[in-house]
Design a protein around this ligand. Sequence first.
Ligand code: UDP
Length: 381
Amino acid sequence: MDALIIGAGFAGAVTARQLAEKGCKVTVLEKRNHIGGNCYDEYDEYGVLVHRYGPHIFHTNIKEVYDYLSRFTEWYNYSHEVVGNVYGKIIPIPFNLNTLNIVFGEEKGEKLKKELVDVYGMGARVPILELRKSKSEGIKEIAEYVYENIFLKYTMKQWEQSPEEVDQSVTARVPVLISYDNRYFQDKYQGMPLDGYTPIFEKMLSHENITVETSVDAKERLSFDFDTKKVYYNGVEFNGTVVFTGAIDEFFDCKCGKLPYRSLKFEFEHYDRDYQGHGVVNYTVTEDYTRITEFKYLTGQKIQGSTIIKEYPQKYTDSKTQVPYYAILSDENRALHQKYADLVAPFGNFYLLGRLAEYKYYNIDGIVKAALDLSRRIAED
Ligand code: UDP
């Protein structure tokens, strides 16, 4: 074995495939009993294709990523649209010029639109915290509406922090759009894998140089000598490459401290009819859940009946029963993560990759790109 990859989500699977194609013998160890990481999907008992770990929608501006994934899947041509349920009123999210007219009416909406376009320009993407700084009365009124009705309560539910407290990059993911574009993402390439995500992983990992073992905790196989900077696999010194994609703090028994994460509790429900007529409805002011996803609208599956998922954000406290979905970005937490990065750096060919291992808020395309880049670097060494 030349390379050991820990985790079989996009970070691990892309790296494994790339190294395997370069002639490396690769072993992938996955803690769960299936591959695919949080993108894992499967048919539920009603025959509906569901994402077990919450909705994942692919979008990218990176042609390399789109082309790469297209080797493993065809695409269902889907552009994601989200609506907000604001006390029963349904409005497009991100807030855009269509939303403006719904909320403020045609006449006032047109006046406010002119102000927005004059100040930011048609096509601009303005983070809510930026919009709130405006001195213009009209723009301030829009900003207050958007802040109060779209961001404040949803963000409090999701993070138990206000939009000011969370890292600014988080709310900037959903900017106010100075356009009539109702799509959630404006990326050039978007879509859902035609047969689902899991078959992508099956194809990616199906290579003569790749061995995959599921239900294996890498902690039981790997050990480290911090004095000699040697890695041991099943007690034998291992000089190959290790790419670790899991929670780095837990891997080292939290010896530098516990990194905080947000988790989610999912409730799946099945109906013998269509449920909400939209792929995703965000509950931005009411309910304990943040959003409801109706899978058939994302996947385009033609089926009688419908399965939905409600997402209840939670503190992450128990690695046995919960999944750490989101890093909580802050200078303090990044500094703590850096301690773990410093811990593994002297081991030379031990790499951290992915949402958990790098403590980052990666989208699918971001992690696929990072995995392609890392495997190129490894292969060049
Ligand atoms: N957000 C919000 N209201 C919304 C949508 C998003 O307040 O209707 C904020 C919230 O803080 C959220 C962040 O914007 O965590 C990023 O949203 P995104 O939809 O990108 O989150 P993800 O799909 O990654 O959970």
